[in-house]
Unconditional design. Sequence first.
Length: 163
Amino acid sequence: MNIIVSDTTALINLARGDLLFLLDNLFKTIYVPKAVYEELIIKDDLVSLRVNRFKKIEVKEITDINIFEKVKKSKLDLGESEAITLALELDLMLIIDERKGRKVAQMYGLNIVGVLGLILENYRQKFITYDDVIYYFEVAQQNGLRLNKELKKFFIEKLEQIK
């Protein structure tokens, strides 16, 4: 995986938890559309500082207004709509955590990953240890990652399969 597109929420969570390096291990470039970047830099000072220091995030404008108009009909926020559009335009995987956004992205045939998937992939590729996984899982939750019981169970099952 060299290049990926990202929505806002996962990047906010990773920045707040000082976990952007998890992206650094896996990707050369993380594209974000303009709306996502604007959401990132106005969120809070810590997120803005860490995002601006993380040099792999690159703002990329969407160009296909037809795709954007179709995606926008799903009533997602502007950042999610632009991120899905950009991933479709460039035929790239998308980092997205919100349930509704994930469903829309999958409806359009996009491959998606969230914060938990990024943690697991870092572990699978041996960038981090099992203990790191558990710690980063907790950090992500403390910084706003919302998980239901089924998703927690799925995460633990996947972790055990990799182990």
